[in-house]
Ligand binder design. Sequence first.
Ligand SMILES: *Cc1c(COP(=O)(O)O)cnc(C)c1O
Length: 411
Amino acid sequence: MALANEHYLKLKAGYLFPEIARRVNTFAQAHPEARIIRLGIGDVTRPLVPAVVEAFHRAVDEMARAETFRGYGPEQGYDFLIEAIRERAYAPLGVDLRPSEIFVSDGSKCDTSNILDIFGLDNRVAICDPVYPVYNDTNVMAGRTGPADERGYYQGIVYLPCTAENGFIPELPDEPVDLIYLCYPNNPTGTVATRDQLARWVEYALEHDAVILFDAAYEAFITEPGIPHSIYEVPGAERCAIEFRSFSKTAGFTGVRCALTVVPEALTARTPSGERVSLNKLWNRRQSTKFNGVSYPVQRAAAAVYSDEGWEQVRREIAYYMENARIIREGLAAAGITCYGGVNAPYIWLKTPGGMSSWDFFDRLLEECHVVGTPGSGFGPSGEGYFRLSAFGDRANVEAAVDRIRSRWGR
Ligand SMILES: *Cc1c(COP(=O)(O)O)cnc(C)c1O
């Protein structure tokens, strides 16, 4: 008799996006004339930049000729991409990585999930609230939790509320934890952590022999100087942190698939008998066994992001999205709505006017402005009373959406 992984049954049904789709469809059917603008998505909308497309095409042509054809590549990624990442992404930050510390993959969603393979089940895990749901659900699947309570908190996870009151930076936990997920610039709140704020977490992790899982998927959207792009800008982080980065949002690779994970050689964890083991070695073993690398053309396309031409083109696309973010942020503020984020991240996290619930605001925005966003409560109980708008979209749509919101809520 085959037994199923019963931990999956503890997962709450994927509720947020299906429920949004259901409400939008119902509204659209009743109002076929309404021009609905969607600012709910967490996906890029602009095409790949020319330098990336050219490199992608060239690599496909290489695959078409016997002399330049390539089969399986290194599981960890090709040297040309790892070198580009070292020199163009990390060296300018003063972070000196060895090639063996960088692992190229097909996405940060998979890496932030798969990383759990190398950690024991008995680790206490701390997760921010609100949060990118992957961290939560993958710990449930791994069997690290009990059932969820009525709020959606799983037994056994330590939740770290992030609200306006703490500036969306979690307080250090008051019980010991071993694995800590942090994501800055943050999805969904669009807020960032300063160097000092990250340094407190690094200090905590070093003191408690904990590991920080740092998701930097949005680092390329940082516009203000002084905000760390990598946790390794904080001294000591190489002994307590794993960092995830992705080409998805940075360079429009959500449909192409390429990311990277940094596991420093100085990073260790304990066995139950107290012996220290290298997490870099374990991750290398895991990837070599379960993963066969990212396709050659995709890695060539990713490396082109770091060419002078590619980088300039990618920066222009990011600037386009960040101008959308500015229009949303300033437009809502002019309508008297309190907004967070949107300066160093492509998300605006707004406080619902008049203390409305997240879903009530969703319905009002849809019915009165024909604009779709994401209810904050869908990202965790501490997101209640907040709402996420995405800057990934077309300029004309963003402007129209903001005009509608201003004429509805403006003073
Ligand atoms: C979009 C996103 C990612 C990127 O995931 P990929 O699998 O690389 O596309 C990672 N973390 C967060 C928080 C995200 O929003």
